[in-house]
Design a protein around this ligand. Structure first.
Ligand code: FAD
Length: 400
């Protein structure tokens, strides 16, 4: 009997095993994960779960009965090593697990700040359910909260923490890596209006304290009072196993267009995978639910005999400061942007072009634009600047 072992029981690992069964795979399916309980989704951790409006049950991707019904073995353990020749993985508890196909779905871990005091009590991060529980408990007691990092996770934390915080971003704008300047400026205003202090262009130089953190010192010498610091400065892909097994790793486990590593029996998906991205025209590693889910489906198809190159459209969403931002496409290489709609009304989209072809649409509270963009991006030819200009950049007018 063919055995598929999946390492990492997060968003992509769960989807891989579920899709294998959906596709009628009749072999043995084992999902090994090092977090306790059934697989859960991370997006609510910085939104409704943090705010206390969603409970544990709402995090779960499926209940225990799903795994029993689908004959999916859920193993709670950390995989320590892969023996590629013997097609075996070794678990930290000493067990061994044979495989015919192995899927690495190991995700990413949070970056730490390489500054003095970063290990003081009260300096926390957010990736797992345990992290979110710790943060919720700390928020109840904290008086001064500083968020280090103005990316998606830091800003969502600020939005759902239920109190004013200070957001410190080393770059000159929020969401610097992931959004256009128009979107950055809009959200900086929203967060300030919501009562948060936004400090741009200043990094964290040091954290001071005694039995816990008391102050955050910025690179310009400013000292901010803090008894809770949330470090949200990005992630690094979890590639330890792949590296030790001699698989190529470069900002993630390197895979081909079928998400296969250099070993034809081993795939990598989700946050840990660096894949040739059609939309970016380059090697890319994405951190999103869409990417995790679609890559898992692609690998399940390959294992069950219908391999297709991975080409799904990247899309993303975030809820912060009372607004919903949805992004379709990728901004890489954008050389022109147009704003459609009125930011002052809180509903608008930023259209980004490369060589006069539409490559990304960021929509704020305009879900119809987002849906239209996703449809336009999956059709050919891609909308050109001149055509869109003729319709006053109304995306819906171009749907066939
Ligand atoms: P994960 O879901 O991280 O799963 C990897 C799992 O592998 C982990 O459980 C890890 O512990 C386990 N693992 C690692 N190594 C081993 C090993 N050796 N043995 C056993 N197990 C191992 N995306 C969006 O699109 N929209 C959002 O709004 C959004 N919000 C987010 C909010 C938060 C707080 C976070 C943290 C992420 C958010 N994301 C969001 C990103 C999204 O959740 C991730 O892109 C997605 O979870 C990636 O799935 P994955 O399976 O690759 O990794």
């Amino acid at each position: 009997m063919t055995t598929v072992a999946v390492v990492g029981a997060g968003q992509s690992g769960f989807q891989a095993v579920a899709s294998l069964r959906d596709r009628g795979f009749g072999g043995r399916v084992v999902l090994v994960g090092d977090e306790p309980g059934v697989p859960y989704q991370r997006p609510p951790l910085s939104k409704a779960y943090l705010a206390g409006t969603a409970g544990l049950e709402q995090l779960h991707l499926r209940g225990e009965d799903f795994f029993a019904e689908k004959d999916i073995e859920l193993v709670e353990a950390r995989v320590k090593s892969i023996d590629r020749e013997a097609r075996k993985t070794r678990l930290e508890d000493g067990r061994e697990l044979d495989y015919d196909f192995l899927v690495l779905a190991t995700g990413a871990r949070n970056r730490t700040l390489p500054v003095p005091g970063a290990d003081l009590p009260g300096v926390l991060t957010l990736r797992t359910r345990d992290d979110a529980d710790r943060l919720r408990a700390s928020l109840e007691q904290a008086e001064h909260v500083v968020v280090a990092g103005g990316g998606f996770i830091g800003l969502e934390f600020a939005s759902h923490a239920g109190r004013p915080v200070t957001i410190v971003e080393a770059q000159e704008r929020l969401l610097n890596r992931v959004a256009t300047p128009e979107i950055s400026a809009y959200f900086a205003d929203l967060h300030r209006t919501a009562g948060h202090t936004v400090v741009l262009g200043q990094g964290v130089a040091e954290m001071h304290g005694d039995s816990r953190v008391r102050e955050v010192e910025l690179t310009d010498g400013t000292r901010l009072p803090a008894d809770l610091v949330v470090v949200a400065v990005g992630v690094v892909p979890e590639t330890t196993l792949a590296e030790a097994a001699g698989l190529p790793v470069r900002n993630g486990v390197v895979v081909d267009e079928h998400l296969r590593t250099a070993d034809e029996r081993i795939f990598a998906i989700g946050d840990c995978a660096n894949f040739p991205c059609v939309q970016a025209g380059a090697e890319t590693r994405l951190e999103s639910v869409q990417n995790a889910v679609d890559q898992a489906r692609c690998v399940a198809a390959a294992i069950t005999g219908t391999a297709e190159p991975y080409a799904s459209l990247p899309w993303f969403w975030t809820d912060q400061a009372g607004a919903k931002l949805q992004i379709a496409g990728l901004l890489a290489g954008a050389d022109r942007t147009v704003v459609a709609g009125d930011p002052a009304e809180g509903k608008f989209s930023v259209l980004s072009f490369r060589d006069d072809v539409l490559i990304a649409v960021e929509s704020v509270n305009r879900p119809a634009d987002h849906i239209a963009a996703r449809r336009l991006f999956t059709a050919e030819p891609k909308p050109a600047y001149a055509d869109l200009e003729a319709s006053a950049f109304d995306l819906k007018a171009h749907l066939k």
